[in-house]
Design a protein around this ligand. Structure first.
Ligand code: C5P
Length: 215
């Protein structure tokens, strides 16, 4: 039976490593929706859009055509036929702007149908299911997902993780903006299983979640 797994949580709580590990373990297609917001932010900045003037954004969004490329188990978002490089969507400039653009309703609207359609794509490609990570997956994108998880970790663990990745990224500022915006704020979805990743290794977290999913 095709499974949809919603994996939500703040910045640097371990969502990506956990989701990728689970995708490999359980034969799922993996989608990182944080990369979708980063990709749109990158394209919007390149087009000269200003998050401070949200009324001008729909016009720019209309020039951006979304596509999908499957790389291994992960489905990646392309814009006008191109998937931007990781270095481009994880730059300090994107880090500093992504939460501002993600708070603009037209930006979220642009991704809503697209993200939901990826379940169909995963079925067509004969994956056993879809694991999607983000901030609003269990609350807005797939509120009916049978498997919903919310990861969290203490501040020290999260900063240490990002420092190890060599990132210039104010994760606390992003979480604050993501939690306080009006449209689709970062919340623990109703009925989600909360997991503190701080005291556990990646393997332990994957084992625990895989057991819950397969129960
Ligand atoms: O997951 P990552 O830290 O790469 O996400 C980057 C940003 O994208 C988040 O800080 C948030 O502003 C936005 N985002 C979102 N909704 C999602 C996923 C990410 O608003 N489902």
């Amino acid at each position: 039976q095709f499974k949809i797994i919603a994996m939500d949580g703040g910045a640097a709580v371990g969502k990506s490593s956990t989701s990728k590990g689970l995708a490999t373990r359980l034969g799922l297609m993996h989608v990182d929706t944080g990369s979708h917001y980063r990709t749109l932010t990158y394209a919007l900045l390149a087009a000269g859009a200003d998050a401070g003037q949200p009324e001008t954004i729909p016009q720019v969004l209309d020039t951006l055509r979304l596509s999908t490329e499957i790389e291994g188990r992960s489905a990646r978002l392309g814009i006008n036929g191109q998937v931007p490089a990781d270095a481009e969507i994880r730059s300090p400039e994107v880090n500093a702007n992504v939460s501002k653009f993600a708070a603009v309703p037209a930006v979220r609207q642009k991704l809503f149908d697209y993200q939901r359609s990826l379940a169909e794509l995963a079925r067509e490609h004969k994956y056993a299911g879809l694991i999607m990570e983000g901030r609003d997956i269990g609350s807005v994108i797939f509120p009916d997902a049978e498997h919903r998880f919310f990861l969290h970790a203490d501040e020290a663990t999260r900063s240490a993780r990002r420092a190890k990745e060599g990132q210039t990224d104010s994760i606390a500022a992003r979480d604050k903006m993501d939690s306080s915006r009006k449209t689709a704020p970062l919340v623990c979805p109703d009925g989600a299983t909360q997991i503190d990743t701080g005291p556990h290794t990646l393997e332990e977290v994957i084992d625990k979640i895989a057991t819950l999913i397969e129960k």
